[in-house]
Structures are given as structure tokens and as C-alpha cells.
Design a protein around this ligand. Structure first.
Ligand SMILES: [Zn+2]
Length: 232
């Protein structure tokens, strides 16, 4: 899943755990990707591309057993939950952050090609529904609808809706070989790709964080408002 929709997941978790601040939520939903960026820079994980890149199907996340395996994010989420809830008594924070970490895994499994191992050293078939490889335009629709759904459930303002819409549309060329776009320049330049994704992560997290402050009145607010009027 692309950066904007991972970031939008923080809105869903915020709706469920309103007392938790947005910052740890935003970091948690992208913790796996931030680990992937760092491990690619250090040469521990590896990304390759075809000789020409026309869509996301030409980018191969060939080796990422630490940042994107099933076992590690679940293990890290369980560890963080244990420390925060059982160690520090921060029940909502522990659950929200653990949920954020695992959300990334679930969303990537739903969209990625077959590139997610069960655990480091796993030699069996890798997981991923394969949308990026077989039906990238379907992946685009799924991601767009998911992002809007996060906004709707959160009851965000128009700025947030515009951000999620534009953030998805900006990626359109990555989902179709027929639409030219900046992905062409990524051929043979995996470090540039990693940097581009890192910038996208930071920009989308900051903007979702800033724009999430503006919310439409929720149902509770509306009900209170109606009661205040009827007793007047
Ligand atoms: Zn990911």
C-alpha cells in the first residue's frame, strides 16, 4: 500500500482510541516502512527494478525479511503492547500502537506481489494477494476507496479529504504502464526509489497529522447540539 493510505489508517485508530495523540499513531502505521527505508540504505534489505519501469509491477521488493515478514511486525507489536500496557499502564496507547504496526502488515498483504515471507529465513512461498503484479489498477481503486473510507469514518474535514484524494491520484501513473510518470526515472536506481518513498512517508504523515485537527462534528456532537436546541 502507498504512503498516503497507510497514513490514513492512523485516522481509523484515532477514532477507536481518541485519547491517544496522533503522533505515535502516525509513526506506528509506518513503522514497517521506516524500517524498510533504513534497512535498504544500510544494504541489509534489497530492492531491484526492471530495465524500464512503467508501473509498480516493474519494481521488485526482492529481499525484506526483517521489515516485511509476518512474524517480525507481529512480534514487535506484541512487545510494544506488553511494555506500554503491562509495563507502564498505558492501555489505550499500547493497544493503539500495536494495532498501527500490524495494520501495515495487513494492508501490504492485501496489495503487494508475493514478496512477504512468514519469517526471516522462510524458504516457502511468499505471501501477498498479488494485486500490484496482476491487477495494478484494481489496487489503485482499492487503495483510493480505503483512504476515503478512513477519512469518512474519522469524519475529517475537506482539507484531509483533498489530501487523501490528491495523494492517491498522484500515484496513478505507478498503477498503469499506459500512463507515463516519474517512475521511469527509477529504473536501475533503487536508492532513489527508497528516498522517494521516504519523502512520501514523511510528507504524508506530517500532512495527515496537521489536517486531522480539523474534524466534522461527529454524531455525539450533533446529538448534544440537537438536545441543547430542544431544551432552549
Ligand atoms: Zn510496507
Amino acid at each position: 500500500m502507498f504512503a498516503i493510505d497507510h497514513a490514513a489508517t492512523a485516522l481509523l485508530i484515532k477514532r477507536r482510541y481518541p485519547s491517544v495523540s496522533m503522533v505515535p499513531l502516525l509513526v506506528s502505521v509506518q513503522a514497517m516502512e521506516l524500517a524498510w527505508v533504513a534497512l535498504n540504505y544500510f544494504g541489509i534489505e534489497r530492492t531491484t527494478t526492471e530495465a524500464t519501469v512503467r508501473s509498480v509491477a516493474d519494481i521488485h521488493l526482492v529481499y525484506m525479511p526483517y521489515s516485511h515478514s509476518v512474524a517480525i511486525p507481529i512480534g514487535v507489536a506484541a512487545f510494544v503492547w506488553l511494555i506500554l500496557e503491562k509495563g507502564f499502564g498505558k492501555v489505550a496507547l499500547g493497544r493503539a500502537v500495536a494495532l498501527g504496526i500490524v495494520s501495515h502488515l495487513i494492508l501490504d498483504l492485501a496489495t503487494h506481489g508475493h514478496d512477504i515471507a512468514l519469517w526471516p529465513g522462510w524458504s516457502g512461498p511468499k505471501l501477498g494477494l498479488g494485486l500490484y503484479e496482476t491487477a495494478p489498477l484494481a489496487a489503485f481503486v482499492v487503495e483510493f476507496v480505503y483512504g476515503i473510507l478512513c477519512w469518512y469514518i474519522y469524519r475529517g474535514g475537506t482539507g484531509l479529504l483533498a489530501l487523501i484524494s490528491l495523494g492517491n491520484l498522484a500515484n496513478l501513473s505507478f498503477f498503469s504502464p499506459a500512463i507515463p510518470g516519474p517512475e521511469e526515472y527509477l529504473a536501475g536506481r533503487p536508492t532513489l526509489l527508497v528516498t522517494m518513498i521516504f519523502v512520501q512517508i514523511v510528507v504524508t504523515l506530517v500532512l495527515v497529522g496537521v489536517l486531522s485537527a480539523d474534524r466534522q462534528p461527529n454524531q455525539v456532537g450533533r446529538r448534544l447540539f440537537a438536545r441543547a436546541r430542544s431544551t432552549r
